[in-house]
Ligand binder design. Structure first.
Ligand code: HEM
Length: 208
């Protein structure tokens, strides 16, 4: 057993550039702010609508930016435009109109893409925790929780580990790494802004 643990630790260390740790460090405070916004999880229909509405605006924006970007093969493989459709389907099922497009994100390099993918892929870890709340509110695949069922469903942990492995295999120099960290920070800022707009939309305030 000890030998297996040693081997696993050794294998991880060999492919570990520390990018994930530094991304986590650079965005930790922003994640805490998101957590605080949903401190009780998604217990009410209003909280759930805010989550889906904000995620749709964030993910659609990110996927539009990624679709236009010229990416190397390692990062191209992480483009997964299905998520916007799942979120659109959920809004449709709940009869909630999408927010108008917010300020457009841009992805100008692989480093930018890596930072943005970190935030999108990482958000699946939170989604695994939120899926039960959505189900308790009566939502499931095709009935308002297609996104959480797919993004945060079976296989989310495996996908995350595969993403982190690709991330650590990258060969970003210091300038690229700074770009990657800035891109992740921008992505969190965008998500935060979109949840804010989603809240305002529910209150009937001009924010759409
Ligand atoms: C809304 C409620 C949310 C909850 C309850 C939540 C919860 C979590 C949890 C439990 C983890 C795993 C932490 C770990 O393994 O150490 C995680 C990771 C992460 N979440 Fe969230 N999350 C939420 C929303 C979001 C959103 C909206 C985003 C981005 C738009 C996001 C981005 C991330 C990222 C990037 C990570 C990976 C952090 C790392 O490197 O370990 N989360 N989240």
């Amino acid at each position: 057993m000890q030998a297996i643990v040693y081997r696993l630790l050794h294998m991880t260390a060999a492919a570990d550039n520390g990018y994930r740790d530094r991304l986590r460090g650079a965005t930790g405070t922003a994640h805490v702010r998101l957590d605080t916004r949903f401190a009780q999880g998604l217990r009410t229909h209003a909280q759930y609508r805010t989550y889906v509405l904000g995620m749709q605006a964030f993910v659609a924006n990110a996927e539009r930016a990624l679709a236009c970007a010229m990416l190397g093969p390692a990062w191209r493989a992480w483009r997964d435009p299905a998520r916007t459709q799942w979120l659109d389907d959920d809004l449709h099922a709940m009869q909630v109109p999408a927010l108008a497009e917010g300020p457009a994100m841009t992805v100008g390099s692989d480093a930018d893409a890596a930072g943005l993918f970190y935030v999108i892929e990482g958000s699946a870890l939170g989604a695994t925790q939120l899926l039960g709340d959505a189900q308790a509110l009566g939502h499931g695949p095709g009935t308002g929780a297609t996104f959480l069922s797919r993004h945060g469903g079976f296989g989310a942990g495996k996908r995350w580990r595969a993403f982190v492995a690709d991330l650590e295999r990258a060969a970003f120099g210091p300038a690229d790494e700074r770009q990657m960290l800035a891109s992740a920070a921008r992505a969190f800022a965008c998500a935060e802004f979109e949840f804010h707009r989603a809240d305002l939309a529910h209150q009937g305030v001009e924010g759409r």
